[in-house]
Design a protein. Structure first.
Length: 377
């Protein structure tokens, strides 16, 4: 059996965002290993028949010693189990996993699910880190035996501009959603409700959505907003507790925390919103589309792959609360338009973003990566 290892910073992220791919690989005959920081996902990972390897990982840490500890652990794992393919999931695992693989005979798949805090944030810290991060990516992503996986055409262009040959960049839209489980839901009764699902980060535009609600209330058009998700203290863009405490006192603003079954959110929402600054391909909007929800999002990479103006929803500029309020008000007034967008969104979710669609694509990519040099793609 060919041996495949996923390197992921968190066990919950693997279960939430990479499980369909790993299942497809397992069903195609791969021995699947998962190397990650283990919190509470061990049983769920092992139930799938995957081999779990706990590794030290400190997300958000800038300590060179912490990074070195992770690199050593990953390198030792690669030497011990001798994988045929290593699948590095997201920016930090791609960097540290690639460093760990130097000098070893493995095929590396560096999956950039968006470009992360370093490339999306406008903070001083992000701006300082960005130039050396670009240089490091250019070196690691162009090494022999390396393929880069992206989720949208904008990120593909970025990677090609870094110097990665176009033939070694693969585009697979997302990690797949279960369109048999996530089925169309009827619209709820009043009040008009906008749902958000995701981590509570400034880069996700949560504060822009809260401000848009405030603008609509000032205009005499109150709406209810559901925020389903939790802050991420290891991410520098995480919204602080004192801000969340203030939001909890805001009329019409409901902080739900982490919600295991997203259908609960979309069953209560007339509209899905994601005012993010950049995405790979937002799973929350794909799930909303599968549940038959019209959408409003920012006109940024990732979001515009599923929110198609005049087809599935409306796009607005990033960090523009007034424009977001206008778009929400337009959707609120026109139930027929929402219904049209919802039907289109569901059909596109089935046709382009289902788990079955992504499963076929990722297994085919793994096979291409192992093909002898010069073989037909």
């Amino acid at each position: 059996m060919p041996r495949l290892v996923y390197i992921v910073s968190e066990d919950w992220y693997f279960l939430s965002h990479r499980l369909p791919m790993a299942r497809a690989a397992r069903d195609a005959g791969y021995e699947v290993h998962v190397a990650t920081r283990v919190v509470d996902g061990a049983a769920a990972i092992e139930r799938e028949g995957f081999v779990l390897h706990p590794i030290p990982w400190r997300r958000g840490s800038t300590s060179p010693m912490a990074a070195l500890e992770t690199i050593r652990a990953v390198r030792a794992l690669y030497r011990r189990i001798k994988p045929d393919i290593v699948h590095h999931v997201a920016f930090a695992p791609a960097v540290l996993g690639s460093l760990a693989a130097i000098g070893l005979s493995v095929h590396a798949l560096n999956a950039l699910a968006g470009l992360g805090f370093v490339f999306t944030s406008n903070t001083l810290k992000a701006r300082l880190i960005r130039p050396p991060a670009r240089a490091l990516l250019r070196v690691l992503m162009t090494r022999p035996g390396t393929t880069v996986l992206v989720q949208n055409p904008d990120d593909r262009e970025v990677v090609v501009r870094l110097g990665v040959p176009d033939a070694r960049v693969a585009l697979i839209p997302g990690s797949g959603i279960d369109v048999d489980e996530l089925t169309p839901l009827p619209e709820p009764d009043a009040p008009f409700t906008v749902g958000f699902v995701g981590r509570l980060l400034y880069d996700k535009g949560v504060q822009v959505l809260v401000r848009a609600q405030e603008i609509l209330r000032e205009r005499g058009t109150p709406i209810r907003v559901l925020l389903a998700g939790a802050p991420d203290p290891s991410n520098p863009a995480s919204i602080p507790d004192e801000t969340l405490a203030r939001w909890r006192q805001t009329e019409g603003l409901c902080l739900l925390g982490h919600v295991g079954d997203v259908r609960r959110v979309w069953a209560q929402s007339h509209l899905a919103a994601l005012p993010s600054r950049r995405e790979g391909l937002p799973k929350s909007l794909l799930e909303a589309a599968a549940c038959g929800r019209a959408m409003v999002a920012t006109d940024v990479p990732g979001c515009r792959e599923i929110v198609r103006p005049g087809v599935t929803g409306l796009l607005v500029p990033a960090d523009d609360a007034a424009a977001l309020a206008d778009a929400i008000a337009q959707m609120m007034r026109d139930s027929a338009l929402r219904a049209d967008y919802a039907r289109n969104a569901r059909q596109i979710a089935v046709d382009e973003f289902s788990s079955a669609h992504v499963a076929r694509a990722i297994v085919a990519l793994y096979a291409r990566m192992q093909a002898p040099a010069g073989a037909a793609p």
